[in-house]
Design a binder for this molecule. Sequence first.
Ligand SMILES: [Fe+2]
Length: 441
Amino acid sequence: MSGDARKTAEGLTYLSGFGNEHSSEAVPGALPEGRNSPQRAPLGLYAEQLSGTAFTEPRAHNRRSWLYRIRPSAAHPAFTRTDNGATRTAPFTDSVPDPNRLRWNPLPEPAPGTDFLAGLWTLGGNGDATQRTGMAVHLYHANSSMDRVFSDADGELLIVPERGGLLLRTEFGLLHVEPGHVALIPRGVRFRVELLDASARGYVCENYGAPFHLPDLGPIGANGLANARDFMAPVAAYEDVEGPVEVVNKFCGNLWTATYDHSPLDVVAWHGNHVPYVYDLRRFNVIGTISYDHPDPSIFTVLTSPSDTPGLAGVDFVVFAPRWLVGEDTFRPPYFHRNVMSEYMGLVEGAYDAKTAGPGGFVPGGGSLHNMMSAHGPDQETFDRASAAELKPQRVDDGLAFMFETRWPVTLTPQAAGAEHLQQRYDDVWQGLERHFRPLR
Ligand SMILES: [Fe+2]
């Protein structure tokens, strides 16, 4: 924690727009004009391309950036294996996939000196990182800033803070993220996490698949849901540090470490569309019914990672943001259902309208997993209340919940399946649902 870091975070300026061809230079003249790799890059910098998609992917999906840096990324010593800590990677084969509805309390307090990487704890996931399919759900709980640098070759990292602000120092520049906002670090981008408060806690979706993009809007039209202009990329900022810097690389499920003789956050200028960004979830334009029935929760999709099947996401990031409920003759909370997709839900603050809040319930920092075809929906108390409620317009503004919804079942890590903070009696929330059936005679 540092007052300087908070001051830095709060003074940041950004480049606006999702997927834009941004460009930025921390020193005037550092970006070459008219070409990517001139014979001699300006100011004695090295030119380097970072590819987030294959060279030949269609233009609409292609992601790459050009970096102009003090030293090329290639200038590093050999990586050696280091402790994976509590991080795990798909394929997850150490547990049997569990059809039960599961819910966890928040992660326990970390030991003193736990940084973001050491505090990263894998709940489970699916697919195979080496095949670039599927995803993992992680939580983090940290009480110390990183003095090392991390990058993830296995996937992009969608960071959803629940407690404590973060300053992300990335190769592309600095990002500030607080609870209620999210940050995305693209695959392979190096970064360091500094804490802006005494501790930090939250969720991470590691997406092994195609990079997240904004969902198509169909009949909604040209605007709505998450608007492209609200995604903020950093401006170039670099460290000119000569001296030992530990760099940790997550590669095919293992952590590897090398001690560089300089900081790799030494990018003086860059341009491209493979960039980190932050987004304020309260900017989400929530769309719902103005007649009857609760729309399918896909209406709340912020970002989606497509699969090879149109409309079938590897993973969707969905937010339940403050909104009005006005449906007539409608059971207004999310309906009972069984879903071929698997749903991990987390809570950033407050309460979720289908579950009772409070200790032992669905609490901020906790999470629930409703795996493929598991039956779920409002708990008994919510059902009784919503079935009897007077249907006047109602503002739902007491919480911020989200979901990572994924095409395949989520298999738990043994540490999640056997966690002390796994709630033992989650099924009970549906046990009080009584029969009301009265056949007509
Ligand atoms: Fe659901």
